[in-house]
Design a protein around this ligand. Structure first.
Ligand SMILES: [Zn+2]
Ligand SMILES: [Zn+2]
Length: 197
């Protein structure tokens, strides 16, 4: 069975000490791309899934797959789930400080980083440029510098525009998008598609 990892991903994983046989078993476990390691979340869980991988290799794999994880990845994770349910919280969201990581090279920006600065490591714009759903200007950072709206993810820009046409207030749009469940979003996407016809 061919593994769906890209050639580059396979080479990287090989270099980290994962054998082709282990790659295939990762695939059988449902780990088929770099992002799937985000769901796995930590080396401990990876070893539980694939014991012969070994803690060291698992650590290297997760360090690679979770580039934006906490700077102190060694910080002990609270591994005791309350009711035995697996905790799937992604460490990617647990950036406690407001540290900024370059979208191109994941380099953590220095303390004096300001919105719009170039990455001090690779020289590219460290943050993605977002388009404002409210005033249609664009810029880096989390908030529109023209009207102050909180940017929504690019993938959901169309939904935000739709909510705006619906008369939802500027500051309520990101909150509302966050609060929608999958089927409510599907319904909105249906309206977006119909509006394009
Ligand atoms: Zn960079
Ligand atoms: Zn704006």
């Amino acid at each position: 069975m061919p593994t769906p990892f890209s050639l580059l991903e396979r080479r990287i994983l090989n270099a980290k000490g994962v054998s082709d046989d282990q790659l295939e078993r990762l695939h059988e476990l449902g780990i088929a791309a770099r992002e799937d390691f985000v769901t796995v979340g930590d080396p401990e869980t990876l070893v539980e899934l694939l014991p012969d991988l070994g803690a060291e290799v698992a650590g290297r794999v997760l360090a690679w797959a979770l580039p934006a994880a906490l700077p102190s990845a060694a910080a002990p994770l609270d591994t005791a789930p309350l009711n035995g349910a697996p905790t799937l919280a992604s460490p990617l969201i647990v950036n406690t400080s407001d540290a900024v990581y370059c979208v191109h090279c994941q380099f953590k920006q220095p303390k004096d980083y300001g919105v719009g600065d170039l990455c001090s490591n690779c020289g590219l714009q460290a943050e993605p440029i977002e388009t404002c759903y409210w005033c249609a200007s664009s810029g880096p950072g989390k908030f529109c510098r023209v009207c102050g709206a909180q940017f929504v993810s690019t993938a959901e820009l169309s939904l935000a525009l739709l909510l705006r046409r619906d008369g939802v207030a500027k500051d309520d749009i990101p909150r509302k998008l966050d609060a929608l469940n999958a089927s409510e979003k599907d319904a909105l996407w249906g309206r977006v598609r119909r509006a394009r016809l």
